[in-house]
Design a protein around this ligand. Structure first.
Ligand SMILES: [Zn+2]
Length: 88
């Protein structure tokens, strides 16, 4: 075992009663499990503060069921939420 000594897990500031907090549900399908996804913005040399092209990752959550990203997480990305796919 070369792990660091176990630190006691500190309680988050005050007691947070998550049972009373709202749960974010997928707007498209109501699922409440999300996976982390990354949006990558391509920065052109003209836009870039240092004059170099680059890629900027933005971490968001997407629905683990249908893949929809909550609209509030798309703010500032210039993206619109995708229409839910209706396959049938
Ligand atoms: Zn969904």
């Amino acid at each position: 075992m070369n792990m660091k000594a176990q630190k006691p897990i500190k309680n988050p500031q005050q007691k947070l009663d998550l049972a009373k907090a709202d749960t974010l549900n997928c707007q498209a399908c109501g699922n409440y499990l999300f996976i982390t996804s990354t949006i990558i913005k391509k920065i052109s040399a003209i836009m870039s503060p240092n004059g170099q092209e680059g890629l900027v990752p933005i971490e968001v959550f997407s629905c683990g069921n249908c893949g929809q990203v909550p609209t509030e997480m798309l703010k500032g990305t210039g993206l619109e939420p995708a229409e839910p796919k209706l396959d049938s």
